[in-house]
Write a protein that binds this ligand. Structure first.
Ligand code: GDP
Ligand code: IMO
Ligand code: MG
Length: 427
């Protein structure tokens, strides 16, 4: 492993934080390149649970360089709050670098996120209300404020003034909201700039040099493939590219720089927010997955929607990301279910389909076709090799490999960094 990209293969919350933390033990660099504080990555180590939103998940290792790349939308308030909370637990930030080109999430982005969701009514996306979509919209509109701008008071003042004039008109005239105050935002953000200045860096150059020097680099995916703005379940997606291709733009590297792409998936499927979900279960099994899997959002605390594993989704993830292997987390959550199901394909208007339709209204009519498997009742949380797993659990993993044509190289049997089975040679 010299360079490996970790990608959410479903709708996010697949347990990326845990796997990144495991790989970070041997990594020189951990690089976040997409999304923002909408992400919530959990790392459980030494009896502590760390919930990371913007800080890369390699931060617990003092010698690993942790990079927030240019493709991330940086909320300075959130990142500083996160640093204060982690700092109180003894975490140090000498290894943190933030790219100068990263766009900054402003208070009006969060206001817009809130107001736009409200205005959409029953068509709301169910965003995290962290201002992600509006910040990326300004980036594409070429009016965004970048970290490099924030660090120059005069440039920042001018850009903030121009932006706020326009945003306040929209907030008041279109949404009937209350205008935001220039002076208080300016002062607040200049305070953030002072604290964050020392982390500023051209991280693209740093990552390039590291790869050239043969250093071990882990690219930390946020969100998941089905939340991708192009390939996901549009419009119920996020506003970035949480796929392997997103690392090129978001970390400033070429595609040949990534040697391995590890797709992270749960042994079942979850999603937060609105939008179609073919294998969703609103029954006792769904409640088992919710309660035994503690499926509550890391960022918003919302209950996650739960359903059977869907290999139509995993094949899409394998294709779009060029997955070299899969990590299947939360196999332990399935313990105790007598029968397990995996969706192999869908039926749409009486016809078999094994790819995701582009039209979201068609996806709503897709009926999953399942293959059934025996469950197991044993506690598997202490298993550390594939052979120690009950035969039914081994079969379940082998079926995933067969249905996705992708090897499973890691299996999660609990939230702790130790509760993981590595299948060496299986990737
Ligand atoms: P991320 O956004 O992909 O990093 O995932 P989240 O942290 O939002 O959600 C995953 C949850 O599952 C967290 O609470 C993890 O601690 C937990 N988790 C990760 N892997 C496993 C596993 O193998 N078994 C169990 N029981 N929990 C896990
Ligand atoms: P991690 O990195 C799960 C979802 C939101 C909503 C949609 C758009 O922890 O896996 P946004 O605020 O991005 O505009 O919301 O995307 N979403 C996530 N769901 N995990 C995440 O991140 C998510 N980040 C965004 O719930 O449906
Ligand atoms: Mg999460």
């Amino acid at each position: 492993m010299n360079t490996v990209a970790l990608i959410g293969a479903q709708w996010g919350d697949e347990g990326k934080g845990k796997i990144i933390d495991i790989l970070a033990q041997d990594a020189d660099y951990v690089v976040r390149a997409t999304g923002g504080s909408n992400a919530g990555h959990t790392v459980v180590s030494g009896g502590n649970t760390y919930k990371l939103h913007l800080i890369p998940s390699g931060i617990l290792y003092p010698d690993t360089i942790n990079i927030i790349g240019n493709g991330v939308v940086l909320d300075p308030k959130v990142v500083l709050e996160e640093m204060d909370a982690l700092g109180a637990l003894g975490v140090k930030f000498d290894t943190l670098k933030i790219d100068l080109r990263a766009h900054v999430v402003m208070p009006y982005h969060k206001e817009f996120d809130e107001l736009a969701e409200k205005a959409k009514g029953k068509n709301a996306i169910g965003t995290t209300k962290r201002g992600i979509g509006p910040c990326y919209a300004d980036k594409c509109d070429r009016i965004g404020i970048r970290f490099v701008d924030l660090l120059q008071p005069e440039v920042f003042a001018s850009k903030l003034k121009t932006n706020l004039e326009l945003k306040n008109k929209i907030i008041t005239a279109v949404y009937g909201g209350k205008a935001l105050d220039y002076k208080s935002i300016y002062n607040e953000y200049c305070g953030y700039a002072k604290r964050l200045e020392k982390f500023a860096c051209d991280t693209g150059v740093m990552v390039y040099d590291a790869i050239k020097a043969g250093k071990r680099v882990v690219f930390e995916g946020a969100q998941g493939t089905l939340l991708d703005i192009d390939s996901g379940t549009y419009p119920f997606v996020t506003s970035s590219h949480p796929i392997s291709g997103g690392f090129c733009a978001g970390a400033g590297i070429g595609p040949t720089a990534i040697k391995e792409v590890l797709g992270i998936a749960k042994s079942y499927t979850t999603r937060v927010g609105a939008g179609p979900f073919p294998t969703e279960l609103n029954d006792e099994v769904g409640r088992h997955l919710l309660n035994v899997g503690h499926e509550f959002g890391t960022t918003t605390g919302r209950a996650r929607r739960c359903g059977w594993l869907d290999t139509v989704i995993l094949r899409l993830a394998a294709r779009i990301n060029g997955l070299t292997s899969l990590a299947i987390n939360k196999l332990d959550t399935l313990s105790g279910l007598k029968k397990l199901k995996i969706a192999t394909h869908y039926m749409l208007d009486g016809k078999k389909t094994d790819s995701f339709p582009a039209d979201i209204s068609m996806l709503e009519h897709c009926v999953p076709v399942y293959e059934e498997f025996d469950g197991w009742s044993d506690d598997i949380s202490t298993c550390r090799t594939f052979e120690e797993l009950p035969a039914a659990a081994q079969n379940y993993i082998k079926a995933i490999e067969q249905l996705t044509d992708t090897p499973v190289s890691m299996i999660g049997v609990g939230p702790d960094r130790d509760q993981n089975i590595v299948r060496t040679g299986n990737k």
